[in-house]
Design a protein around this ligand. Structure first.
Ligand code: FAD
Length: 462
């Protein structure tokens, strides 16, 4: 093993996804000497197999729906079909443009970028391509990969993961989606827009089960209207190939058949056989354990992103990576309030949330201390123009701050920026009610909800 002891980096990072590259960029900006090791493509899951390509598919689906529904708006357009090769080209062009930009950014910040599969070889080094990279500190950011269930093999043929679904060379006639979480409902939405007959199978009682129950119910109603089928509350038992598709059997004996089965039951950490155990890094079910400053039990090693048991979101990875960089550069690092992280599911209609659910608020503050308010988008001009329906639901601690904001409706994901200011600045309803919202926008729905909670509803009944 070549060991160039003359170069000791301030920080050596394993994994160039959202968490790893954000740490690299911020650390370099703060004057640290940084090496970044990536075995695949800079940008990781989010850029190449996650956030960006899925949202491009969803946008293509939205255009298909608009073409189909154009007559409702007095526009004569004909929907002829999906040219999936052209959809992929559009999606890939978006990804490759961003990829190029990111590569330029990393180079311009003078980060030493090394392509290759790395391994933690000591508490202060990563081995890659027969070379030992020494660092005063090491950051583990190896992310996650799609998970499966015992006895269910994702073969990339008819039983596929989101990675395969993103490059599928056809629009399936029919699909079963195992898992009604974020990834499952986003693919259900895009495929339905493309013309697939979709059935979601979710073991828990609701779609998007980590959201406030009201949002789940609104999404279920909207999906039902769109003809997206779902079976809730019964767990998967087995899957087998049929002559030309896949048959799924649930624990209660019910069966479903379709051309493909998309397994979207979650993602597991990438932490095995890359030296973590050997170096004594504490883990739980494969997740690297960290404190609120992203420090592992080994003083010279930190970890961020999907590898650690926090929310699996790109912007969480960014924030955790930045936190580590700032801490190592000697700046004051502030622990992340994970309830204060915005969450958006980009299906049609969108689901967006901030803070905590009504159920959680009742647990934390007591049922008699929690006040809720629902503002129906039927009263919002812009939503009416878009022909979307949904609600903004607020959860308030009686006479105190708004601790939960839960929104459903097309484009409501764009409102999460204001929602996060309200939550993170612990705004009182009366304070938000003072803010004037532009008319007609969907942001008015947030303003109106707070007017109502402050006791002075405008476009809603007392
Ligand atoms: C279909 C899908 C849609 C998603 N949509 C969204 C969304 O809309 N919004 C959102 O916020 N999040 C979304 N996510 C989640 C988001 O992609 C992840 O939270 C984010 O990518 C995690 O970043 P990370 O840096 O922890 O891991 P990753 O992005 O997985 O990066 C880890 C990197 O480490 C590299 N690596 C692993 N092992 C080694 C090794 N031994 N040597 C060298 N390199 C190694 C990998 O190649 C990879 O590039 C989505 C995910 C999926 C799958």
């Amino acid at each position: 093993m070549a060991n160039d002891a003359s170069t000791v980096f301030d920080l050596v990072i394993l994994g160039g996804g959202s968490g790893g590259y954000a740490a690299a960029l911020r650390a370099a900006q703060l004057g640290l000497d940084v090496a970044l090791v990536e075995k695949n493509k800079l940008g990781g899951t989010c850029l190449h197999q996650g956030c960006i390509p899925t949202k491009a598919l969803l946008h293509a689906g939205e255009i298909a729906d608009q073409a189909r529904e154009s007559e409702q708006f007095g526009v004569k357009a004909t929907f002829e079909g999906i040219d999936i090769a052209a959809v992929h080209k559009y999606k890939d062009d978006v990804v490759s443009g961003l990829y190029k930009g990111l590569q330029g950014l990393v180079a311009s910040r003078k980060v030493t970028y090394i392509e290759g599969e790395g391994r933690l070889s000591s508490p202060t080094s990563i081995d890659v391509n027969g070379q030992r990279l020494q660092g005063r500190h090491v950051l583990l950011a190896t992310g996650s990969v799609p998970r499966s269930l015992p006895g269910l093999t994702i073969d990339g043929n008819r039983i596929i993961s989101s990675d395969h679904a993103l490059v599928l060379d056809r629009v399936p006639q029919s699909a079963i989606i195992l898992g009604g979480g974020v990834i499952g409902v986003e693919f259900a939405s895009a495929w339905k827009s493309f013309g697939t007959d979709v059935t979601i199978v979710e073991g828990l009682p609701h779609l998007v089960p980590v959201e406030d129950e009201n949002s789940s119910k609104l999404l279920e109603r909207a999906f039902r209207k769109r003809g997206i089928k779902f079976n809730l509350g019964t767990f998967f038992q087995s899957a087998e190939y049929t002559g030309d598709g896949v048959k799924v059997t649930l624990a209660d004996g019910k069966t479903f058949e379709a051309e493909v089965l998309l397994v979207a039951i979650g993602r597991g950490p990438v932490s095995q056989n890359i030296g973590y155990e050997e170096q004594g890094v504490a883990m739980d079910r494969g997740y690297v354990l960290v404190d609120e400053y992203m420090r592992t039990n080994v003083p010279t090693i930190s970890a961020v992103g999907d590898l650690v048991p926090t929310l699996q979101l790109a912007h969480v990875g960014f924030a955790e990576g930045i936190l580590v960089a700032e801490r190592l550069a000697g700046l004051k690092a502030v622990p992340i309030d994970y309830d204060g992280v915005p969450r958006v599911t980009y299906c049609h209609p969108e689901v967006a949330s901030m803070g905590i659910s009504e159920a959680k608020a009742k647990e934390v503050y007591g049922a008699d201390k929690v006040v809720t308010l629902k503002y129906n988008l039927a009263g919002n001009g812009k939503s009416k123009i878009l022909k979307t329906s949904g609600e903004v639901k607020l959860v308030q601690v009686r006479d105190g701050a708004v601790v939960g904001i839960h929104m459903v409706g097309d484009r409501m994901g764009e409102q999460v920026g204001e929602a996060q200011l309200i939550y993170n600045w612990e705004a009182l309803p009366a304070e938000v009610a003072q803010l004037i919202h532009a008319h007609p926008t969907q942001s008015e729905a947030l303003g109106e909800a707070h007017l109502a909670l402050a006791g002075k509803p405008l476009h809603s009944h007392d």
